[in-house]
Unconditional design. Structure first.
Length: 132
């Protein structure tokens, strides 16, 4: 609804704190249980982007994982895995890659993409996108 559009607009224009606050408000709403799982997951995904850009990488990772469990969106899973790499949580990355039964090619491409980034800012700009 209207609140999600406001939150998405804040996120789109780099107003991460207000975006996170709006997403939190949506998630605390009693009607959230009426949302389809995909929409709920997308809200979690976008909230996690705000967290990521605010430097809250662990919270972002937790959110991306939760988002993926609801929306099944490959982008949420990829962002979760990249968050693990950015946090230097390689053992958790390895466990999750196995748990999600990811191909060696997928894993290698993800690691290559992460390593080829000049810095975290470059990774953020190239890798993290809003879901509609």
């Amino acid at each position: 609804g209207r609140k999600k559009k406001k939150a998405d607009t804040c996120l789109k224009y780099g107003k991460y704190f207000p975006a996170k606050k709006e997403y939190d408000s949506i998630l605390k709403n009693a009607d959230i249980s009426n949302l389809p799982p995909e929409e709920y997951g997308n809200i979690l995904h976008n909230r996690s982007i705000a967290c990521f850009y605010m430097g809250e990488y662990r919270e972002a990772g937790i959110g991306f994982k939760a988002a993926y469990s609801h929306n099944g969106n490959a982008q949420s899973l990829r962002h979760y895995l990249l968050s693990l790499l950015i946090n230097n949580d390689h053992s958790e990355f390895d466990k999750e890659a196995e748990a999600y039964e990811l191909s060696d090619m997928y894993i290698n491409n993800l690691i290559k993409r992460w390593r080829s980034s000049e810095d975290i800012l470059q990774t953020k700009k190239q890798s993290f996108m809003l879901t509609e």
